[in-house]
Write a protein that binds this ligand. Structure first.
Ligand code: NAD
Length: 257
């Protein structure tokens, strides 16, 4: 399936899963718009590297996904949006009674509210183009919970609920909306959780990876950013035209437990 002629916006895509998804969509022929809240030369260089390697178009647009007006401005500035990948996300691990209010607010804004704003801005463009795909990168934590992740679990469950609602609102149109629920993927977001988790469980790095993180993942392997990208490409294919309002777990069996 070629995505030639389609423009894909991937929020939070200067690292990790978002970057992996951008690469796979570009390899499938899409023009990609990368994003994060920084505006460094290296951010633009990442997009230039994708364009050079794939022979397609790739741009980087700075927009802070914690701010609703910037979420909407990202879509407007891109000028087209056939494929919207809502991926930007952060994490903070802490017992709920000690959870810092600013961290709670930031997680809800970036991990959940941003999808509301970008989807609201993108749907009119998809309707005009007569085709659209919204893919929300939720999490196994959109379907289950873990201690100390109240804001993240609340935001990801919210994203799964929003996914179903958008799917129903677009059900009679050539637009689909789905959520991908990854288990653990070794990205900077997961790396950042390791020191806190080591302290909380009084374990070393390898022990935390094996006994706490991959303990939940029956495959005992991290999922990869390429696998997440491939799942997005599949959801953009004709084979997935009747898949809408659902979740696809890429979690090595986590949610089968
Ligand atoms: P990451 O830290 O590598 O990537 C997060 C991305 O979001 C980065 O590009 C970062 O710059 C961007 N971002 C952060 N704050 C932003 C803001 N205010 N505005 C714009 N962009 C912002 O982490 P990742 O693991 O690749 O996470 C990507 C998504 O996948 C997140 O939504 C995360 O919750 C989800 N996820 C990750 C895992 C995992 O194990 N890594 C598992 C399940 C779900």
């Amino acid at each position: 399936m070629s995505l030639k002629g389609k423009t894909a916006i991937i929020t939070g895509s200067n690292s990790g899963i978002g970057l992996g998804v951008a690469w796979e969509l570009a390899r499938a022929g899409a023009d990609v718009v990368l994003n994060s809240f920084t505006d460094r030369d290296e951010d633009h260089a990442i997009a230039a590297g994708i364009a050079t390697e794939t022979g397609g178009n790739a741009r980087y647009i700075k927009a802070d996904m914690s701010k609703g007006d910037e979420c909407r401005a990202l879509v407007e500035q891109a000028g087209a949006c056939d494929i919207l990948i809502n991926n930007a996300g952060i994490q903070h691990v802490c017992p709920i009674d000690e959870f810092p209010v600013d961290k709670w607010d930031a997680i809800i804004a970036i991990n959940m509210n941003s999808s509301f704003h970008t989807t609201a801005a993108a749907l009119p463009m998809m309707r005009k183009a007569g085709w659209g795909r919204v893919v929300n990168i939720a999490s196994a934590h959109g379907l289950t919970a873990s201690p100390y992740k109240a804001a993240y679990v609340a935001a990801k469950h919210g994203v799964v609920g929003m996914t179903k609602t958008v799917a129903l609102e677009t059900a009679e149109e050539p637009i689909t909306c789905n959520a991908i629920c990854p288990g653990y993927v070794l990205t900077p977001l997961v790396e950042a959780q390791i020191p806190d988790t080591m302290a909380k469980y009084n374990m070393g790095r390898d022990e935390v990876i094996k006994k706490v993180m991959l303990e939940r993942q029956p495959s005992r392997e991290f999922a990869t950013v390429e696998q997440l990208g491939g799942t997005c490409v599949f959801l953009c294919s004709d084979a997935a035209a009747q898949i809408t309002g659902t979740t696809i777990s890429v979690d090595g069996g986590w949610t089968a437990l």
